[in-house]
Design a binder for this molecule. Structure first.
Ligand code: 13P
Length: 330
């Protein structure tokens, strides 16, 4: 696994964020563009976005957008999904290298070979993919889930069929627990959620009496066992908003999420659960996704200005579109 530590881009010269925001506003008008931003990108980008949200909401927002251009500030599979959902629009992403460890863990050729092997063994199954996959993988699947709709979709898979769940083994295990369905799990995981350590969480709980732990279901089982509320980013946001009394939450997900929590429920205190802690008490920046962190105000401005990089339509997107449509829109 590559190192998750975020290093600043040495080629990026400092520019005043307020100037950048002003330039982006102008360029949005000039280029007839809207910005969609996932909760995991920097707060300043969320603040200038036209739509913010979790993977499910943003995939649906991509259809609602009125402008002819979408700038998707998130990671590559999200921009790809927006293009698939809205093929007539131009979809730009600030950095083509903003990938996803989960998507990388499940290459389409390996999935196709595994499906072939299962079929040869006489197994009848539906393949359910987490949206954190490439379009090529989506085109090989029967259903797409996000953390926001996964339980509902699992219930739609006929009971007489097995489920092959890709690529997140932790989300898959959690879904097996809550749905009671057995699944064949692909051994992928998210580099950010995978790295939360149980020792850090226990220490954080001890240091913060009365705190409430909230965690994304991409976390491993040992973290979820100590969690008070498990949900995707939007479900967690709704949960903290539903609690009126000021509360301290220990947050086991990507740390940029705290920006959306603080805006939505300012009465609370949000403490990020650190990643691996050294014996001297220092933490790495492991709860920051290095791919999401590739999104900067400068790159948002540049991609609007240059109208590049762009997600181009590919033939196999049509098959992926059919699967996304029936999973997210029906
Ligand atoms: P949600 O957007 O479904 O909460 O999932 C977060 C995520 O994994 C983004 O990569």
């Amino acid at each position: 696994m590559s190192s998750p530590v975020v290093t600043p881009d040495p080629n990026e010269v400092y520019e005043d964020p307020l100037d950048l925001m002003g330039e982006i506003e102008e360029l949005k008008k000039e280029k007839d563009a809207s910005i969609l931003a996932h909760f995991y990108v920097d707060g300043d980008i969320q603040d200038i976005a036209d739509f913010t949200g979790d993977s499910l909401k943003l995939a649906r927002d991509a259809i609602k957008v009125k402008s002819s251009t979408i700038v998707f500030s998130g990671v590559h599979f999200m921009g790809e999904s927006a293009k698939i959902m809205s093929p007539q629009k131009r979809v730009l992403i600030p950095d083509m290298l903003a990938g996803c460890s989960l998507a990388e863990s499940c290459p389409a050729d390996q999935l196709a070979a595994f499906q072939e092997q299962l079929r040869a063994d006489g197994r009848t199954f539906d393949t359910v993919a987490y949206i954190n996959t490439s379009a090529a993988v989506k085109s090989l699947c029967d259903w797409i889930v996000t953390s926001g709709n996964a339980r509902d979709i699992i219930e739609r898979v006929p009971a007489d069929r097995e489920i092959l769940f890709v690529p997140d083994q932790h989300l898959g295990r959690y879904l097996m627990e809550v749905s009671g369905r057995k699944m064949i799990l692909w051994p992928g995981s998210c580099m950010v959620h995978e790295i939360f350590s149980i020792q850090d969480l226990i220490r954080a709980k001890r240091n913060t009496p009365g705190s409430v732990v909230i965690a994304h279901p991409e976390c491993p089982q040992n973290i979820l066992e100590l969690t008070d509320f498990i949900g995707g980013t939007e479900k967690m946001r709704q949960y903290v908003m539903s609690i009126k009394d000021p509360t301290t939450f220990l947050v086991a997900t990507e740390s940029a999420m705290i920006h959306a929590f603080e805006k939505s429920a300012p009465q609370h205190t949000f403490v990020p659960v650190p990643g691996i802690m050294t014996s001297t008490g220092e933490t790495c920046a492991c709860n920051r996704c290095p791919h999401m962190a590739r999104n900067t105000l400068q790159k948002v401005r540049d991609c609007l200005k240059n109208e590049s990089p762009e997600i181009e339509w590919k033939d196999y997107f049509q098959k992926a579109r059919d699967v996304l449509d029936r999973s997210l829109l029906q």
